[in-house]
Write a protein that binds this ligand. Structure first.
Ligand code: IVH
Length: 681
């Protein structure tokens, strides 16, 4: 480091080197057309790095040397998508595509041929990149479409992502959206490296890309040859985009983004179909994986007129390639016992690669399906895998059935605990009758109990639960919190556990003890009680005690939103079981789980009936989630972006641009005090 004033010459040289490196990065990583040899590029890079080392005050976050900056994160922050990241409806046939065309034509009401932008449907991870004044500030995953995870530290390492936009004329705030993916070659190289080192290999490029972005240490992502194509935009402020998707894509390319070279503008549904057939042929030769094509109405004005249905636009559709099928043989048919005791047939297969994933098990759903398909041990079968779903046995190749292929039938007793298996009349599902006395049901219930949307005990995965149950350390959820049964020592003694991870897990168990009533109810795993029902029960009864009292009478339970006779019966039966009540008593008693009840209902129910509210900034007296819940309880709807349809904007400390936008649109604003008055709290 030097104390001399900064020579002007150095500043200029640094700026020049950065421009040159950005230019050559773009040629190499975006255009795939390098201009200079690697050695020359390396010289430019070292010169810049040396200058920055001597004059650290010149380092800026968007300098090309800063891609792998900073130290590992401890957790991911969350990012709200002001413009939601949508999903796409799927079409699986020409007929469905024709219907899509007709729907659009009907809505637009004109007979002119439709113009579509057609693109490959990339099989990676959707990412939104936010640029302010041309510099990358945030990169976030899609998450649930409204809130994603902040993965900026990892996305910065992707060389196809510009840290600074090229050219000029870009909006002050610009969100570019697209897919981060691992090219096939990179995937193979990565797996080769992993298998040479005796490490786990990734099942497919998409998992590898997603796994790389979910790393806390950016050095890991930096070592993975990830790339990105952009295919759209989110928020745009302080500037304007052209009138169509295809024109915007051209501009994004000028500003330094990678746009898929296969993208094309096509005319009408016939044009779409030709594009699909052409890509289906090229698919295996492309350097990246795709699982279909996407058609988007090209003109923004038409997109706006068509609008959205729930989470997907009416103006776009994904035409998926047919699910991938392969042939293999059935080595055995086993029976698996689930959380609610359901006994399900599973085919154990001669391992086979289906669309790049090795499949060795496939579900047969239930005994009726097994009989209908007449699958026998030794049979040759078609296996199908579509996207993320569990592989399934489609059909048997009868001609190839060997002599003596063995039929299997529903076992009379549970394959895990030996208790009776029964199948109520008219139901497809057979169940083990032992409840939590069956270790398989215990394991599955515990896995549900600790899962992310339930008690959310991070790090307590399936293999650990199996060991805890098999070793008889844990028999019920309450045991998880009993320090005599589960402590750093017991955990450290398990396979794949070291002292450090055992301590971390103990901390996660402790941290999970504060839980909302809705999550707790969901965690209990009552049949037919999913997250939404658990939330309704929690809001209706307000406390576990009132729910347990009410559960004595299933009629009373049916007063709850969306609770019908079947759900009511299951809830009543659950709380009628002394064993369940005992575990709940242990959980809330000596193990110290603290259940947080939803805020009490006020007299002001219905003050926000039919109103649309946006909450922005930090409120002092309640969290954002509590404010949202209070609004919903009073009949209002909460959205994330302010528009002319917004009725009120509730604002706290540091409200940001939403408050300004509300004021400019003349939307009524409520400070915390006014808001609490309306709520009646
Ligand atoms: S457009 C308004 N274009 O598909 C629609 N998505 O099911 C927003 N995807 O989450 C998406 N290739 O991850 C669009 N060329 C493409 C795409 C694409 C892949 C993914 C994306 C999105 C999902 C929607």
């Amino acid at each position: 480091m030097t104390t001399d004033p900064l020579p002007e010459k150095v500043k200029l040289r640094v700026a020049k080197l950065r421009d040159a490196i950005n230019y050559h990065d773009h040629r190499y990583y975006v255009l795939d057309d390098p201009e200079i040899p690697d050695a020359e590029y390396d010289r430019l890079f070292s010169e810049l790095r040396n200058l920055e080392q001597s004059y650290p005050e010149l380092i800026t976050p968007d300098s090309p040397t800063q891609r792998v900056g900073g130290s590992p994160q401890t957790q991911f922050g969350s990012v709200t998508h002001t413009v939601p990241m949508l999903s796409l409806d799927n079409s699986f046939s020409r007929e469905q595509l024709d219907e899509f065309g007709r729907r659009i034509q009907d809505r637009l009401g004109d007979t002119q041929a439709l113009v579509f932008a057609a693109e490959p449907k990339l099989d990676g991870v959707a990412i939104s990149l936010r640029y302010e004044k041309g510099s990358l500030v945030v990169a976030a995953t899609r998450g649930d479409g409204r809130t994603g995870e902040d993965v900026t530290h990892n996305v910065r390492t992707i060389r196809a992502v510009p840290l600074r936009l090229a050219g000029s004329g870009y909006p002050e705030v610009l969100e570019a959206r697209g897919e981060v993916y691992l090219p096939r070659a990179g995937f193979e190289q990565l797996n080769q490296r992993a298998s040479d080192a005796g490490e786990k290999v990734f099942a497919n490029p998409r998992n590898a890309a997603a796994g790389s972005l979910r790393q806390l240490d950016p050095a890991v992502a930096a070592s993975r040859p990830l790339s990105m194509f952009v295919y759209g935009t989110g928020i745009v402020e302080g500037g304007q985009l052209p009138d169509s998707h295809s024109e915007t894509m051209k501009l994004l390319a000028e500003w330094g983004f990678r746009v898929c070279p296969e993208a094309a503008v096509v005319m009408g549904i016939d044009g779409c179909w030709e594009y699909y057939e052409r890509l289906a042929e090229q698919r295996n030769a492309l350097p990246y994986e795709i699982d279909g094509v996407v058609y988007k109405i090209d003109a923004y004005a038409q997109q706006v007129r068509l609008g959205f249905v729930s989470r997907a636009p009416r103006w776009a559709i994904a035409q998926k390639f047919p699910a991938q099928e392969e042939l293999t043989t059935v080595k055995a048919i086993d029976w698996q016992v689930g959380r609610t005791g359901a006994v399900t047939p599973v085919a154990r297969l001669e391992p086979v690669a289906v669309g790049g994933v090795i499949v060795s098990n496939a579900t047969l759903h239930n005994i009726d399906e097994l009989n209908r398909k007449d699958v026998r041990v030794g049979d040759t079968v078609f296996i199908r895998r579509a996207g993320d779903v569990i592989p399934e046995v489609v059909s048997v190749v009868r001609d190839r059935r060997p002599k003596g292929a063995r039929k299997v039938s529903l076992p009379d007793s549970c394959p895990v605990c030996g208790s009776d298996v029964s199948r109520p009349e008219g139901e497809a599902v057979a169940r083990c009758s032992a409840g939590l006395f069956c270790s398989a049901q215990r394991k599955e219930s515990l896995k549900h109990f600790v899962s992310r949307r339930a008690m959310d005990i991070e790090g307590l995965g399936s293999k650990l639960i199996d060991q805890l149950v098999d070793g008889d350390f844990v028999r019920s959820p309450a045991d998880l919190f009993d320090p005599e049964r589960v402590n750093s020592e017991t955990l450290a003694g398990l396979e794949r556990m070291a002292d450090k991870s055992a301590n971390k897990l103990m901390a996660a168990i402790q941290a999970s003890k504060d839980v909302s009533l809705a999550r707790f109810l969901y965690a209990l795993g009552i049949r037919e009680v999913g997250e939404a029902t658990a939330e309704n029960l929690a809001n209706h009864f307000g406390s576990l005690e009132s729910l347990v009292n009410a559960a004595k009478d299933p009629e009373e339970l049916q007063a709850v939103n969306d609770v019908g006779p079947v759900v009511a019966e299951h809830v009543a039966a659950f709380f009628d079981e002394p064993h369940n009540l005992e575990i709940i008593a242990q959980l809330t008693g000596k193990t110290g789980v603290r259940i947080h009840n939803p805020p009490a209902k006020s007299a002001n129910t219905g003050v926000f009936d039919g109103k649309v509210l946006v909450v922005t900034g930090t409120l002092e007296s309640m969290s954002r989630d509590e404010a949202k819940r209070a609004i919903k309880e009073r009949g209002g709807k909460v959205t994330s972006s302010v528009s002319s349809k917004t009725d009120y904007v509730v604002y706290g400390d540091k409200p940001g641009s939403k408050l300004e936008k509300a004021r400019s649109l003349g939307v009524e604003t409520l400070n915390e005090e006014n808001f609490r008055n309306r709520l009646g709290v």
